[in-house]
Design a protein around this ligand. Structure first.
Ligand code: SAH
Length: 360
């Protein structure tokens, strides 16, 4: 198997070129073909000599994800199931809004963190993705929605990005490189984590993307139940880390908080959450639980959601409620699981039928 050219850093590419007496700027030309124009063959790279194109062709392959399924939600959200070279599969979700088009990408096939409310957890961790596999989701989605330009990126698909630190960072460098990469500003990129303290610190030193932290509970007892990672990095340590991060002016940390009916949205939870986050420049993103087959939790009622939101707002916090997007195609937060195909398609049919009945 020839090495995948998308895995080479700019330096490595320049090194390879210099051995062939080619100037270093060719590396930028090649990367622009790959990451800006989405080239799938060296033959397309017409500003390179035919000889160089032939040598590239001999030395390297150009990776491409297989599109296994492309589902569209009633709300315009699209979910892509992509096949990897080793027959594993991952999902990416495209979320068009009025002024932005956000792509949610996976960083691992499956996930090993076992959060109690998450569908991806049921798969377990298959493996971490290569940088090129993260980038290829963006390139493949871009091809599938040629009329829409992807403006924002969130690393909130399958997997824990900070458990795949080096490949994720390598991908982010190309995503945010305006000269030869995809040119998406780091301000428009958000990485979400279960709360791996050492990697959060490292990330804030090495990258300028936005940070989102999945909090979901206000006591160690509950958080450890919902998110086993809390036993390793308990709330106190996580919050202390967040408090000490060098957050640039006009930026905020996002704290994600999944709302599980009767579990974590009492008045006492609002008080504790407010106390935990006091003094941290942050916003709170409430995510009403998105159901998936076989999970015992429920979404609180609209009233309960609003009550919790107001309790936090009245304490001076910036609080948004994340609208479920693409939940009819199991594309919403925490519904990604590329394995329960049979189950979930049966589930979808039921949901659709009942919605037709109710909504007309
Ligand atoms: N591993 C990272 C990236 C996943 S991001 C992380 O945990 O942050 C997806 C977000 O959706 C996380 O905040 C996750 O906790 C949340 N989530 C998972 N399952 C969910 C569900 N069923 N309903 C709503 N949100 C969920």
């Amino acid at each position: 198997m020839k090495p995948n050219i998308k895995e080479l850093s700019r330096n490595e590419l320049e090194g390879w070129l210099s051995q062939r007496r080619e100037p270093p700027y060719r590396a930028g030309q090649i990367q622009r073909w790959l990451f800006q124009k989405g080239a799938t063959s060296f033959a397309e790279m017409t500003n390179l000599s035919v000889r160089l194109r032939d040598e590239l062709q001999e030395g390297f392959s150009i990776s491409r994800l297989q599109v296994l399924r492309d589902s569209s939600s009633r709300d315009g959200t699209r979910k892509f199931l992509f096949g990897l070279a080793d027959a594993l599969s991952i999902e990416s979700v495209l979320i068009p809004e009025s002024k932005r088009v956000t792509l949610c990408v996976s960083t691992q096939a499956g996930c090993g963190f076992g959060c109690a409310f998450c569908a991806t957890a049921l798969m377990g961790l298959k493996r971490s993705l290569r940088a090129s596999e993260i980038l290829d989701q963006i390139l493949a989605a871009g091809r599938l929605v040629a009329d829409q330009r992807i403006t924002h990126l969130v690393l909130m698909g399958m997997g824990e990005p900070l458990a795949n630190y080096s490949q994720t960072l390598k991908a982010l460098e190309i995503v945010t490189d305006a000269s030869a990469g995809m040119g998406i500003s780091p301000r428009r990129v958000t990485l979400s984590t279960v709360g791996l303290v050492p990697q959060i610190k490292k990330l804030m030193e090495e990258s300028r993307v936005n940070l989102a932290v999945s909090l979901h509970a206000t006591t160690d007892e509950l958080r450890s139940q919902l998110m086993p990672v809390n036993r390793k990095y308990p709330l106190g340590e996580l919050i202390k880390c967040c408090r000490s991060l060098p957050i640039p002016k006009r930026r905020r940390i996002t704290f994600e908080y999944v709302l599980l009916r009767g579990v974590n949205h009492s008045a006492e939870d609002a008080r504790r959450l407010s106390r935990l986050l006091s003094g941290i420049r942050c916003k709170i993103n409430l995510i009403p639980f998105n159901p998936h087959p076989g999970n015992p939790y429920h979404r609180p009622t609209q009233d309960e959601i609003q009550q919790f939101q107001s309790a936090l707002r009245s304490r001076g916090h910036q609080v948004n409620v994340r609208e479920p997007r693409g939940d009819d195609i199991q594309a919403a937060c925490g519904q990604l699981n590329s394995e329960y195909k049979v189950q979930s398609s049966r589930f979808n049919v039921q949901v659709r039928t009942s919605n037709v009945g109710v909504g007309g």
